[in-house]
Design a protein around this ligand. Structure first.
Ligand SMILES: Nc1nc2c(c(=O)[nH]1)N[C@H]1C(S)=C(S)[C@@H](COP(=O)(O)O)O[C@H]1N2
Ligand SMILES: [Mo]
Length: 443
């Protein structure tokens, strides 16, 4: 995929002239704004590892937010589908995407997963072929970076001290994941009762890439957490962790370790970059977890780095398919359809506004919206609504009158919990589930 400045200019024009009219006979889901021509369909990828062609197919392109890693946002203002095509799915790597040509351990014919540790009775070494023959299931789930909507800290909560990449709202997508549940592997390996932590490790893309899950989580959700090899029915692409990644539905992306090669299940806790300095809540409202004498420190991390709880579940969130106005963020991401301070333009009249809502832990019951701080109204949820782990699309009709307006959306989950107006400060800008405010200019 390529992107030119023409595309970007066209992207900006879209917001000026093309809001969809409500009340047309085609009541089907359609984007509020005109879509760019869809990318050509990719060639089908054989699902058998033995037949998989050895070719490089990575999404690295001119729209990367950070060239040193591979970081590309989804264009959420264009989202319209329930399942996000792989081509449109965001990418978040700490290092460039590793491919089998350079890293033979990722070659489907050579890949092995080692499952071992001092809480395992029968260590396993599993080939990809063997993994694919094991009982597996598929599950539809969103995958969202913990840093998604970090922008809201700067734009809407005035927290200039928050640091990290400028994700607006596009570091999320929804896919169908096919995986071997960890419950099956734990039984095969014979895990001891005193197991405390399962360290899921790659080490292929970078030396510090892996993260532990508490054993309690694995035991409670062993059927939902697993080793994934198909995304939307096709082999995982290199960008998304080929040949095997971890899926942890409901938890943010940092738990979903890509290019997985090792699982270590131990009687002690593990501390590494992604559960200490990297992906934790740091701030006055958060307390550091306790470190025990026999805990293991990996990759240069020390007890002094254990300063806040690791991020896990993602909160209730909603978005409208409108680009958020960036006034106060430190940067404007590459390929963003608005310039700094620019408002998306919407034509006056009756408009169909569309969005997505997700409450990974309990599922979405209701979505509310309001304009200019008025009374909350109920939006219409569009089927399917598959409950926990998944997002649901919604829409509502808005009588847009000329001038600047603020639209807000609020998700309500199946326990009745609502999105809050603001969230506590955390230095790394993790998991902002505050009600988003979309400023638009109606013309
Ligand atoms: N090995 C490895 N796994 C990783 C990462 C990484 O850099 N290296 N990034 C994590 C983060 S922060 C996120 S948000 C998700 C992104 O998954 P995606 O690129 O498939 O969307 O992968 C996670 N797994
Ligand atoms: Mo992430």
């Amino acid at each position: 995929m390529t992107s030119s400045s023409n595309d970007q200019a066209a992207g900006r024009r879209r917001f000026i002239c093309s809001a969809a009219l409500l009340g047309s006979t085609a009541a089907a889901w359609q984007p509020a704004f005109a879509q760019p021509a869809p990318a050509p369909a990719p060639a089908p990828v054989p699902t058998s590892a033995a037949q998989a062609p050895r070719r490089v197919h990575v999404k690295d392109d001119s729209r990367l937010l950070n060239i040193g890693a591979t970081v590309r946002s989804g264009r959420y203002w264009d989202f319209s589908t329930f399942i996000t095509p792989v081509e449109a799915f965001y990418i978040r790597n700490h290092y460039p995407t590793p491919v089998a040509q350079a890293k033979p351990e990722l070659d489907p014919a050579q890949w092995r997963l080692t499952l071992h540790g001092n809480a395992v009775e029968r260590p396993l070494s599993i080939s990809l072929q063997a993994l694919r023959r094991m009982p597996s299931r598929s599950l539809i789930a969103t995958l969202e970076c913990h840093g998604n909507a970090r922008t809201l800290f700067w734009e809407q909560q005035g927290m200039a001290d928050v640091s990290g990449g400028n994700w607006v709202m596009g570091a999320i997508g929804q896919a169908e994941w096919q995986f071997v549940p960890m419950s099956h592997l734990l039984t095969l390996a014979g895990v001891r009762r005193d197991a405390r932590s399962a360290l899921f490790w790659s080490g292929v893309d970078g030396p510090d890439m892996g993260r532990p899950l508490p054993m309690s989580e694995l035991l409670e959700r062993g059927d939902d957490i697993g080793l994934c090899y198909l995304m939307n029915g096709n082999d995982l692409s290199p960008d998304h962790g080929a040949p095997v990644r971890l899926v942890v539905p409901g938890w943010g992306g940092t738990a979903w370790i890509k290019w997985l090669t090792e699982v270590r299940i131990d009687r002690h806790a593990h501390w590494c970059r992604l559960n200490t300095r990297g992906e934790v809540y740091l701030g006055p409202d958060y307390r550091a977890p306790e470190v025990a004498a026999d805990d293991e420190f990996i990759g240069g991390v020390t007890a002094a780095d254990v300063q806040g709880p690791m991020v896990s579940w993602m909160p209730i969130k909603t978005l409208l398919t409108l680009p958020l106005v960036l006034d106060r963020s430190p940067s404007v991401p590459a390929d963003y359809p608005l310039q700094r301070g620019e408002r998306p333009r919407v034509d006056a009249g009756r408009r169909r506004m569309q969005g997505y809502a997700w409450a990974p832990r309990h599922g979405i019951r209701e979505v509310q919206w309001r304009v200019d701080g008025g009374a909350w109204q109920t939006a219409q949820l569009l089927p399917p609504n598959l409950g926990k782990y998944t997002w649901v699309r919604f829409e509502f009709a808005w009588q847009a009158t000329p001038g600047e307006h603020v639209l807000e959306t609020c998700g309500v989950d199946n326990t009745g919990a609502r999105q809050p107006a603001s969230v506590p400060f955390n230095k790394l800008g993790m998991a902002n589930g505050a009600i988003p405010r979309f400023v638009v200019q109606v013309v």
